[in-house]
Design a protein around this ligand. Structure first.
Ligand SMILES: NC(=O)c1ccc[n+]([C@@H]2O[C@H](COP(=O)([O-])OP(=O)(O)OC[C@H]3O[C@@H](n4cnc5c(N)ncnc54)[C@H](O)[C@@H]3O)[C@@H](O)[C@H]2O)c1
Length: 277
């Protein structure tokens, strides 16, 4: 039923944006131009206040508290998506950077969480749906050896972090490795699940941002000399912006990307290319 004076758009399909942080909200605002938006975040108050601000701005937005590492919370998210008529777009943006420090938590949020969410929402996808998993250029920095690839191939195992720690050995268990491998796992997940999404007429891709100007990115600059050195190699001599990531997500979510699935889009201003030479 249409409500006068509201921005409600029952005629639009639903975009689920997981992660109501800086980049997540840039993506949410952009997708809201053509979708209803459901924001999901472990911080339910943040998600709700961001959704309220979106509604004040004329968007159709709602929110749900969801810890993506909890199968029960993810099942509740899927129920909410089903109640709202099924999935148009999934943008999985939530993630922890190496400054979170905790190997297991980084792997669980970045990889297990994304896999649980995408697995749970696939049954609600339909012709034209698209899932976009935000990875990182860190996923492109080195190739995983075979035993690690085996672990990354089962990202929805609840003990994936423990298995990864075992596969890489104690000398490599650090937050940077958790980040790089969890993001490699997302690239692999999109590749391996293109057929399942394709069977529904839907697509799944990963998107690897390079250095993007966000509070999370700024924290990494503070903490990592390696990141400051890498910045010096940036072909465009600047960070990317959140609207530039939203541009790429908007494209990948749209019908203009209707033949793009099972692959990764690197949005890094050429930095990976410059580093690899
Ligand atoms: N900023 C960069 O330079 C850069 C570069 C490459 C990739 N990325 C990726 O971009 C993504 C988001 O960045 P951002 O700037 O929005 O970060 P952010 O820290 O602002 O937001 C992350 C959000 O994820 C939520 N979150 C954390 N754990 C969660 C959980 N268990 N369940 C649900 N939500 C949870 C947090 O509450 C927060 O709202 C991350 O995946 C990050 O790895 C960022």
């Amino acid at each position: 039923m249409y409500k006068y004076g509201s921005g409600e758009r029952p005629d639009h399909s639903l975009a689920v944006v997981v992660g109501a942080g800086a980049m997540g909200m840039a993506v949410a605002h952009r997708l809201a131009q053509r979708h209803r938006v459901l924001l999901a975040d472990i911080d339910g108050d943040r998600a709700e206040s961001e959704a309220a601000a979106m509604r004040d701005g004329g968007c159709d937005a709602s929110a749900i508290a969801c810890d993506v590492t909890s199968p029960e919370a993810v099942a509740a998210l899927a129920d909410a998506v089903s109640e709202q008529g099924g999935l148009g777009v999934l943008a999985h943006v939530a993630g922890l950077s190496p400054s979170a420090q905790d190997f297991h938590l980084i792997v669980r949020v970045n990889l297990l969480g994304a896999a649980l969410v995408a697995d749970a929402l696939l049954p609600l996808a339909r012709q034209g749906s698209a899932a976009i998993l935000i990875a990182s250029m860190a996923a492109h920095s080195f190739a995983a050896p075979e035993p690690v690839l085996e672990v990354l191939s089962e990202p929805n195992a609840t003990d994936v972090a423990e298995k990864l720690a075992q596969a890489i050995g104690p000398e490599s268990v650090n937050p940077g490795m958790a980040y790089a491998y969890s993001k490699q796992g997302l690239l692999l997940y999109a590749r391996r699940n293109a057929a399942a999404w394709g069977a529904k007429g839907a697509r799944i891709v990963s998107l690897s941002p390079g250095m993007i100007a966000t509070p999370m990115g700024a924290r990494e600059f503070e903490a990592s000399e390696q990141k400051r050195k890498m910045f010096a190699a940036s072909p465009l001599e600047r960070e990317g912006t959140m609207p530039e990531i939203a541009d790429a997500v908007e494209f990948l979510a749209s019908d203009r990307a209707s033949f793009i699935s099972g692959t990764d889009l690197l949005v890094d201003g050429g930095l990976t290319a410059a580093l690899k030479g």
